[in-house]
Ligand binder design. Sequence first.
Ligand code: OXD
Ligand code: MN
Length: 590
Amino acid sequence: MLTNNKNVLKWVDEMVALCKPANVVWIDGSEEQLKALREEAVSTGEMEELNSEKLPGCLLHRTDPTDVARVEDRTFICSNTKENAGPTNNWKDPEEMWAILEPMYDGVMDGKTMYVIPYSMGPIGSKMSKVGVEVTDSIYVVLNMDIMTRMGKDAFVHLGDTSNDFVRGLHAKADLDPEKRYICHFPEKNSICSINSGYGGNVLLGKKCFALRIASYQGKNEGWMAEHMLILGIENPQGEVKYICAAFPSACGKTNLAMLIPPEIYAKQGYKVWTVGDDIAWLRQGDDGRLWAINPENGFFGVAPGTNLKSNPNALHTTEKDTIFTNVVHNLDNDTVWWEGLDKNPPKHALDWKGNPWDGTTSTEKGAHPNSRFTAPARNCPCISKEFNNPQGVPISAIVFGGRRAKTAPLVYQSFDWDHGVFVGSIMASETTAAAAGAVGVVRRDPMAMLPFCGYHMGDYFAHWLEMGKKLGDKAPKIFNVNWFRTDDEGHFIWPGFGDNMRVLMWILDRCEGKADAVETAIGYEPKPEDINLEGLNIDLDTLKDLLTVDPQLWKEDADGIEAFYAKFGDKLPAKLREELNSLKDRLSK
Ligand code: OXD
Ligand code: MN
């Protein structure tokens, strides 16, 4: 046992009595213990060791083919009342849910080992960090949690001997039956139950389950925010760094933006970009009144396909050692890994993500699962910020929202003020990409990119954002919206994206420092086209003007969509947001 904390000991005893494992192993986080676990996982075939020269310390794992992604339809927020979970979450009464879960957990670890994992989300000892304890029957979970969190006995030291403020996570793989898969959150009880899955997002309980769903609820009660945001720093040639948080729905390139490589024009002047986080930010008001952020995670759980030397060299280099690959192609010739979009040389002699023989030169089937992943330590990242472990976090100058919109949203605009910025975040949306030329896909609203991750009523969540704005007053970060995905009539992206997105971030920072002008439009402040630096780009001013156009007709239709979406929240929708919608409509019809 690694702690004298009675609350922890009592809960672990209860879990042992329920799951009835043959052994209990407390994870201290020592290299010795981890080494033994890696060896055990390799000996049972749960993981495979990769080429020790090309990929030192790297392991490969395959999940069950029916267990490859987060399962929103099996994810529940079991608040005491349905009202508290709100209209955008699946809800079940906590007792009813426990009546379903308890028999499934009863004896589920028979003959197996239960691992007790203490971990800290955020730097150990930071006032912004929180402790969790996960019990699991999976070594894969232990080894991933080691990369994704600060795992081990120090987390218990941080918790102390008497505190009850830790998130309890119970995970059992059981028999992976998709029909009996449950990912359940009990916000009022600070606890999470996951069963019948072995896939990262469902079982690494520190990540989406704790750091977003439970933490968003804690943040509302305790006056801070847990957000689905990357954090990056831009250093100017004088060595000053300004930090930006950005929220995008899944699959809009958050990891790429977080690790962007400055275009030549900025690099040669001495600008640098530093990554603090690629997925989650915890934000609190600091003693100086400003908003400060930490990344509660300690690694990256990134999507492998599409990651390459052009799209994200920093991510690729991060995965060159001490990384766990899940559901990618295993190149048998040199014991390395491959995925679609890595390079143009798929291996001939390989196993696909299901472990079947695969020849990348002839196969029409994908070798890697589209949601195959790398779990890589943040310390490996060539552009990791030196503030990554700073217990104070970093001060945030700007908050950026974004989505994938073919026509509606311009390249960038700034909200009129904080409240309008909350409105802008609340109407975030992405379109499913349609193949037909110029066709616009289905709009999926995803406020602040938190739709699948908010652990309570989203109407209350919007109110909490408005409340935070009141507290921050004139020290609040400025709020912006970007859209890298405008397309031309043939459906091609107009803006080059990737590193060139920095050109837009530079305007954003100039606005924060009062250094750039703006044009007032119906939807917010837009840059003067000449204020976005296009040097070295194949884009002329007219194209940029196109990227900045706001089509009132499209926006009126969008406003109707927002109206319908807002209706879901009933009287929990803050009146302020309805006012913002009405003002938008007024401005559009002028
Ligand atoms: C993720 C997601 O895996 O947002 O980060 O889906
Ligand atoms: Mn995410």
